[in-house]
Design a protein around this ligand. Structure first.
Ligand code: AMP
Ligand code: MG
Length: 318
């Protein structure tokens, strides 16, 4: 059920139920971050592996500090400029935070989402919200309230409608547990923008595939549509598919010369942020066309193009 009232949203969360919330990145599936029973429902509804920790959301750093979570200096420096925003900080956990949030790890992931409605909701609550993306584990993340309703509407307390997500791709995750910050997930805040602020290169050796179970957001197969998705150009797949059996997802150029029935060109003006914002909705739409193959081209591998390529290469493992 879609709701628009913050009073109703608060009531659902205080009753220990799940509420899908809008953020600038993707819709989150939120529960009271201090209520272990409510959090257990997130894992159940999403069919999320128990070892995959959750991100805690609130509306200010001061509130996290009051819950015993301290940000190291470099994290503070970055937060001052880019929070609220699409950046998640992994920092030492405090005893107040239930172990189920962090899947038993001694660190906790925190974020201040940049969405007016959700910031207001967070300010009305006396607890943080634990919230992964509001989709079944392993599938494409939702960027509208309708996406959430289609998949999870019947299983949760409600969906707070805050419109279409403006960033459209999950947050970047950086761990500040060690002296050199480690990039754990590429996302909505570019590596370039982060390095600019912290004044040093991020350690990217922990960007994960299958070897490291700490971060299934990083498992090599994730974000997967039902239809096979492959990286390349339509002509690369002619041995096995006809053009009429393909949908194409590209950056800024229509394949005018090819007899393709379905083309999703994410930013005709060549803007990587716009392309990122439209990516998941395009994958969803392509998946509903009854084509046999979704072909996505590799995007320029810089700024948000890196996040797009990351999600596409995982989607291509289906
Ligand atoms: P999701 O909310 O689905 O985007 O997934 C949250 C992701 O945050 C997890 O898959 C991990 O990659 C990461 N994460 C959350 N908590 C921690 C933590 N304590 N240490 C490292 N990574 C974390
Ligand atoms: Mg997710």
């Amino acid at each position: 059920m879609t709701i628009t009232s913050l009073i109703e949203a608060k009531r659902i969360l205080e009753a220990g139920q799940l509420l899908a919330i809008p953020t600038e990145t993707v819709y989150g599936l939120a529960a009271n971050g201090f209520d272990g029973n409510a959090i257990a429902k997130i894992y159940e509804v999403k069919n999320r592996p128990q070892f995959n920790p959750l991100i805690l959301h609130s509306n200010s750093l001061e509130r996290f500090q009051n819950w015993g979570v301290q940000l190291p200096e470099l994290a503070l420096k970055l937060a001052k400029i880019h929070s609220p925003g699409p950046i998640t900080f992994v920092v030492p956990k405090s005893p107040q935070i239930p172990d189920i949030v962090t899947a038993g790890h001694s660190s906790v992931a925190i974020r201040i989402p940049n969405h007016a409605l959700t910031l207001e909701l967070l300010s009305m609550l006396n607890f943080p919200l634990a919230a992964p993306s509001a989709n079944l584990s392993g599938t494409v993340s939702p960027t509208t309230a309708e996406h959430v309703n289609q998949q999870l509407g019947h299983l949760i307390g409600g969906v707070l409608d805050g419109g279409e997500c403006t960033i459209g791709i999950e947050s970047t995750i950086v761990s500040f547990v060690n002296p050199i910050p480690q990039l754990l997930r590429i996302g909505g805040l570019s590596v370039e923008a982060i390095e600019d602020v912290i004044g040093m290169p991020l350690d990217q050796s922990k960007l994960i595939n299958n070897e490291n179970p700490i971060a299934p957001g990083m498992l090599s197969k994730h974000y997967a549509p039902k239809t096979a998705l492959r990286l390349g150009q339509p002509e690369d797949f002619l041995t096995n598919y006809k053009y009429s059996e393909m949908a194409f997802i590209g950056f800024n150029n229509f394949n005018k010369h090819l007899p393709l029935n379905h083309q999703f060109i994410l930013s005709p003006e060549g803007n990587l942020a716009e392309a990122a914002q439209k990516l998941f909705a395009a994958i969803r739409q392509a998946d509903e066309l009854n084509v046999k193959l979704i072909v996505a081209e590799v995007f320029p591998n810089e700024y948000l193009g890196r996040a797009i390529n990351d999600r596409l290469s995982r989607a291509a493992k289906n």
